[in-house]
Design a protein around this ligand. Structure first.
Ligand SMILES: Cc1ncc(COP(=O)(O)O)c(C=O)c1O
Length: 380
């Protein structure tokens, strides 16, 4: 347990795990491919500012976020390397992007023209990357429209087209057919652009799964999020190779231990009713910390290296667990004992992947939903 944590539930983010994961990813890339660290959504819950500083020191070449606000947060945290906003940025944020030297994604000529006016008004150059839709069918310019879009961008004053990228829908699946089709479309597009002298210097496609399993897609730059944090791109079909380490643990202190008599119920709605005398512990985290309430919760947390089942409804800031069996095996549970919500305790572990399975989601969702009010403590 850390000394006097700012709250009685906290995350421990491992500096050495993050550094190690950056090096592992780097070792899978040739020196010709840059590594872009995807640190959107508060660095997938790991805390954007400090996590990005650690990743920058470990050698990531660039950063990516979802919004301009996230990019500005990184600049305020001392991130000096290039930052790309992956999502749509509205024209009214162009001046702010220029002020913070942030690279924007462009998807349509109307917004790009407004970016151009904003840049030209300041006699500045706004760096942009074009996003091409090769089959994810989310954001992006259709491949047949890319050459004319690129040519139109070239004519806009104040706009420097540095990159072009696409995003895979299924690179984390065993069957790579759709991802390979997407990549073939992207390659053909790059060749056509090159023929016309329009290929930007930085072409990129790979996410973590493609970085790990489709090395021919690395191109000039690979964008990695989930693997940086030591988490599997897909827990069944695309697990990390040995050598990566999960960087995040979620812990809490027992804040009360109590008796439950037969017939007494726990929490809102009295969903759990004791059938025998029980001992229960209260933990100070709940759904407003990102610990899900419905339709499922984790099922149990760890105390003394054993599973402590969650009883009744998870509340906004409190969760009650059964410690009857744990006390029978190890003696009284006390105020101040440490519980593990994600991570290891003794021989036992609850991974973000295992938690996601119980909740019916993925590990991305589990870690990125942990709210900012849970303090992040950076440990060795
Ligand atoms: C456009 C884009 N590139 C890269 C990533 C990183 O993906 P991953 O975390 O699977 O590496 C994301 C994340 O969703 C993304 O939206």
């Amino acid at each position: 347990m850390p000394t006097n944590p700012p709250r009685t539930t906290w995350l421990e983010i491992s500096h050495s795990a993050l550094t190690n994961n950056v090096r592992q990813l780097r070792s899978l890339l040739t020196p010709a491919t840059q590594l872009m660290a995807v640190v959107k959504a508060n660095a997938y819950g790991h805390g954007a500012a400090e996590t990005s500083r650690i990743i920058q020191r470990a050698g990531a070449d660039r950063f990516a976020v979802a919004t301009l606000g996230e990019a500005i947060e990184l600049r305020a945290a001392g991130i000096e390397r290039p930052i790309l906003v992956l999502g749509y940025t509205p024209a009214w944020q162009a001046a702010e992007a220029l002020a913070h030297d942030v690279t924007l994604t462009v998807l349509d000529l109307e917004t790009a023209t407004a970016f151009s006016s904003a840049a030209a008004a300041q006699d500045a150059l706004l760096r942009v990357h074009v996003k091409a839709n090769t089959g994810m069918n989310r954001l992006g310019v259709r491949p047949d429209a890319v050459p004319s879009f690129m040519a139109a961008l070239r004519a806009l004053p104040g706009i420097a087209v540095e990159g072009i990228f696409t995003h895979f829908a299924t690179s984390d699946e065993t069957d790579k057919q759709h991802a390979e089709n997407q990549f073939a479309v992207f390659q053909q597009m790059l060749a056509a652009l090159a023929r016309d002298g329009l290929r930007p210097p930085v072409a990129h496609a790979a996410n973590s799964a493609a970085l790990l399993t489709m090395p021919h897609t690395h191109l000039d730059l690979a964008r990695s999020g989930i693997a940086l944090y030591g988490l599997d791109p897909d827990m069944d079909q695309c697990t990390l190779p040995p050598g990566f380490e999960p960087a995040l643990a979620w812990k809490a202190m027992v804040t009360q231990v109590a008796e439950l008599a037969p017939g007494e119920a726990v929490s809102y709605g009295r969903e759990f009713i004791a059938e025998r005398p029980m001992r229960v512990a209260v933990l100070p985290m709940g759904y407003a910390d990102g610990f899900p309430r419905r339709p499922f919760n984790w099922g149990n947390v760890l105390l003394r290296g054993m599973p402590a089942p969650i009883l009744g409804r998870v509340c906004m800031d409190q969760t009650v667990v059964d410690v009857t069996a744990i006390e029978a095996a190890t003696g009284p549970v006390r105020l101040g004992d440490e519980a593990v919500i994600i991570g290891r305790q003794g021989e036992a572990a609850i991974s973000a992947e295992a938690a996601s399975q119980r909740v019916g989601t993925n590990n991305y969702d589990i870690v990125s939903r942990i709210l900012a009010r849970v303090p992040r403590l950076y440990v060795e």
